[in-house]
Write a protein that binds this ligand. Structure first.
Ligand code: ARG
Length: 364
């Protein structure tokens, strides 16, 4: 089922149809897509492009779709090209041809740009909260454990430090990560809705109405930029990569410290696994997985940088490739930050072992 096809003759090749589709993964945008559409209809009524009755009927249809997705009556599946087609075709099925008016003065190009910005904003705010929670836990555990331990350079015992001081180094890193995310959030907080396919519309619309409705701080100034910019995803993914690098360093230290060789800390059983053949072993799987998942977050950043490189203005279908990597990075970061917080919260610090290590090795 498609939204276009006026000048097309032949049935689209099945393989091409499959190749073109993004519905299997962009359906997570359903809430943002409906939010964006409701704001758009509100603006259309305000600008007299729809009557009030038409506006109410379309909005009710959209709210109905939203509710039915939530309660499981309408499944996010079927042969649709993307989430935008899914919502619009379902709207037309519900309220008839009037549903087609939702598309007036809007293109899927500014629609998808709006959906992704809204989604990125929500996720960035959630990740900022998770980082802040991790910071609080690190501080709590650090202040509970002002015990002395060896400080290292080149992984050789160098000077005496405290576990508190060492752990608080990570607090500083995550504090900067939080600031970077807030900064990215500030920059991306612009509404691209109304940019149309690339050069707006001949109808007289009011982009400030949709901006206000959707809670954006500003509107995108340049229309061509509005539909072709994916910097905000790249910036967030760069920030995610730095966060993963920090998490990975912390993971590596936890893995070392919990080994038989160090025995500085013990990771709670909940975040480790045993070995069936070597029952004495306790493997730090949680920390290892965080260290390992760093690779995919870096990879997703490089994937999108490469997709965007060399693209002429404005929208190109290549840009549909922004989604899977970004969604995967968001899910990975959310999980890794949450698991690390739990590992730190439940960690047991072995004061005696740390003291013992300070005694040998000619520490200053
Ligand atoms: N699924 C598309 C994407 O994610 C939506 C935009 C399609 N625009 C177009 N002109 N075909 O990029």
């Amino acid at each position: 089922m498609k939204l276009w096809g006026g000048r097309f003759r032949k049935e689209e090749n099945k393989l091409m149809e499959e190749f073109n589709k993004s519905f299997d993964y962009d359906n997570v945008l359903y809430k943002k897509d409906i939010e964006g559409s409701i704001a758009h209809v509100y603006m259309q009524v305000h600008c007299k492009l729809l009557t009030e009755e038409e506006g109410i009927a379309i909005t009710d249809g959209l709210v109905g779709i939203y509710k039915d997705i939530l309660n499981g009556k309408l499944l996010l599946e079927g042969n649709y090209e993307d989430i935008h087609s899914f919502i619009e075709i379902n709207l037309i099925n519900r309220i008839g041809d009037l549903g087609k008016k939702l598309h007036t003065c809007r293109s899927r190009n500014d629609q998808v740009a709006t959906d992704m910005r809204l989604y990125a904003k929500e996720k960035a705010i959630n990740i900022i909260n998770l980082i802040s929670n991790l910071k609080n836990t690190i501080k709590e555990v650090a202040y509970e454990n002002p015990v002395i331990m060896p400080g290292y350079t080149h992984l050789q015992r160098a000077q005496v430090v405290t576990f508190k001081h060492h752990l608080m180094a990570y607090y500083s890193m995550f504090d900067r990560d939080e600031k970077r995310l807030k900064n990215a959030l500030e920059i991306l907080d612009e509404s691209p809705l109304g940019c149309g396919a690339l050069a707006g519309t001949t109808h007289s619309i009011d982009r400030n109405i949709t901006k206000e409705k959707l809670g954006f701080k500003r509107i995108v100034e340049n229309y061509i930029d509005g539909v072709s910019d994916r910097d905000y995803l790249l910036e967030l993914m760069s920030n995610f990569s730095i966060i993963m690098m920090h998490l990975s360093r912390l993971s590596e230290e936890l893995i070392l410290w919990s080994s038989q060789e160090f025995q500085f800390v013990e990771i709670d059983d909940l975040y480790t696994t045993g070995s069936s053949i070597m029952p004495q072993k306790k493997n730090p799987d949680g920390a290892e997985l965080i260290r390992g998942k760093t690779g995919r977050v870096y990879g997703n950043l490089f994937g999108l940088l490469t997709v965007m490189k060399g693209l002429p203005l404005a929208y190109n279908k290549d840009m549909q490739e922004d989604k899977e990597g970004f969604f995967d990075s968001v899910n990975t970061i959310e999980m890794c930050v949450s698991i690390m917080e739990k590992i730190i919260y439940t960690i047991k610090v072995n004061e005696d072992k740390m003291k013992e290590a300070v005694k040998s090795g000619f520490l200053n």
